[in-house]
Write a protein that binds this ligand. Structure first.
Ligand code: C2O
Ligand code: CU
Ligand code: CU
Length: 475
């Protein structure tokens, strides 16, 4: 049975986890403490240079965040309520901000030239956000994307359910790598070799910019982990060897039935760049015991975060974990759906992309339907498909390359129908991972007007040709 909200609030307050002051010294200062702040007021994000100690005993300069000495904050808004974010650019480069997974108004989507002009140094752009869906989403730039994301500009965006889902606390875990040397200095943010293959992997794996951070959560309590894979390259293979609990949502959308937690490499949950998982764990029942979030990096499993049980036992049970209410996504009519086919692969010799002020990597390696993206600022770049408002659509996504591609569509939610390689679950998503030679059919209703970016979320692929957009027009 879900506990009444009042007891939740006092329980949270009694943990002393609400503010930094309640933490024992020596513990990682949790940047997520902010997510327990219930005030969903408007927000100013000033994109700026930041410095932070990512590797113990070193300082990394030249990070990009919206705070001087911390990662971008966890944003929290409410479903069906307008939320305004003013983004001010304090960098010498251009930027723009995109709200990954939100089915919002096209003009607020943050894609340079497609939905707005890039934000110049000193300029401000006000985003009026709105989300019909509750869940875990995230934000990142869509201009100078490679540079700014590699330097840390990715944050988790929470859209709250109408009703408190009855957990004792939450942890937002933003997973991303950095490409650093042993002194905390930068190495190349990307490489041509990586861009032409699976992407350039980071040298340091982090959670909220920290290496193997240690968090605390109530003993025997239910903790909602909001995990976002915001790395530009890495496909995480998550498992929690010692945890009890359930997966309750993927990519912002609830599972109709909560699923078992992945406990080993063999059952690991794949989380590709752009994807999210909401996992509720029941903390161990003895104070001091920990659970560990791990990823199966090729060869060796790696620790992403520890969560230690603290305080008195809240005596919660895994059977208290219930399904979240579904988001209001329209069911496509598969009998009348229009089929659109897309091939993702190598690029034929192409001209260099014209990205205007939003950054080019200087190579073309990838294509959609054998045409590399001509660039954000290119004239006359048309949509890959034009759909009519309200029409049901099936996209047949074919990967003819040996590399995996997490294919992302803005502004709409779709669901996988079938794959030529594996069983796929028909769960709403905005990003589907295509493995080598895989063909996946996905379906949706084109119920959001505008030009929606459609690209691979391995940013080196996106920025060397694997990008385009889909247009939804009034019928
Ligand atoms: Cu995470 Cu074009 O998006
Ligand atoms: Cu997006
Ligand atoms: Cu790709």
């Amino acid at each position: 049975m879900a506990k009444p909200p009042s007891s939740l609030i006092s329980r949270r307050a009694s943990l002393g986890l609400l503010g930094a002051g309640g933490l024992a010294s020596g513990l990682a200062l949790p940047s997520w403490s902010k997510i327990l702040d219930p005030s969903a007021s408007d927000l100013d994000l000033d994109v700026r240079r930041a410095r932070f100690s990512i590797l113990e005993g070193t300082q990394t300069d030249g990070l990009v965040s919206t705070r001087d000495n911390a990662p971008p904050p966890v944003m929290r808004m409410k479903r069906n309520q307008p939320f305004r974010v003013a983004v001010t650019n304090r960098l010498a480069d251009y930027t723009s901000m995109h709200w990954h997974g939100l089915r919002l108004t096209n003009a607020m989507d943050g894609v340079p030239y497609l939905t707005q002009f890039p934000i110049a140094e000193g300029e401000r752009f006000v985003y009026d956000l709105f989300s019909p869906d509750a869940g875990t989403f995230w934000y990142h730039p869509h201009c100078m994307t490679m540079e700014q994301m590699a330097r840390g500009l990715t944050g988790i965006l929470v859209v709250e359910e109408d009703e408190d889902p009855g957990v004792d606390t939450e942890l937002a875990l933003n997973l991303k790598d950095f490409r650093l040397n042993g002194q905390g200095g930068w190495i190349d943010l990307w490489t041509a070799r990586g861009a032409a293959r699976g992407g350039s992997f980071g040298t340091v794996m982090t959670t909220n910019w920290r290496v193997e951070p240690r968090y605390q959560a109530p003993t025997g309590g239910l903790v909602r982990l909001r995990i976002a894979a915001t790395d530009t390259t890495r496909i995480y293979r998550l498992f929690l060897p010692d945890a009890e609990g359930r997966v309750i949502a993927l990519d912002g959308h609830p599972l109709p039935q909560p699923a078992d937690i992945p406990k080993s490499e063999q059952t690991a949950l794949f989380l590709a760049p752009g994807q999210r998982a909401d996992i509720v764990v029941r903390m161990p029942t003895s104070e001091g015991q920990t659970i560990t979030l791990m990823t199966d990096a090729p060869g060796t499993p790696r620790v992403l975060a520890h969560i230690q049980a603290t305080g008195q036992n809240l005596l919660r049970s895994v059977s208290d974990i219930v399904a979240l209410p579904p988001n209001p996504v329209s069911e496509p009519d598969l009998t009348s759906a229009r089929l659109e086919e897309f091939v993702f692969g190598w690029s034929p010799e192409g001209d260099l992309p014209n990205n205007g002020v939003c950054g080019t990597l200087g190579y073309t390696f990838w294509s959609i339907n054998r045409t590399p993206w001509a660039g954000d600022a290119a004239e006359g770049t048309g949509p890959l498909a034009t759909l009519k408002l309200g029409e049901s659509v099936v996209l047949r996504l074919r990967n003819e390359s040996p590399n995996a591609h997490p294919i992302h569509l803005h502004g709409l939610a779709f669901k996988p129908l079938r794959s030529n390689k594996r069983q796929v679950a028909p769960l709403w998503t905005d990003t589907v991972l295509l493995q080598k030679d895989e063909i996946v059919d996905v379906a949706f209703v084109a119920d959001n007007l505008g030009d929606w970016a459609f690209h691979c979320h391995v940013i080196e692929h996106q920025k060397t040709g694997l990008a385009g957009f889909i247009r939804v027009v009034e019928s």
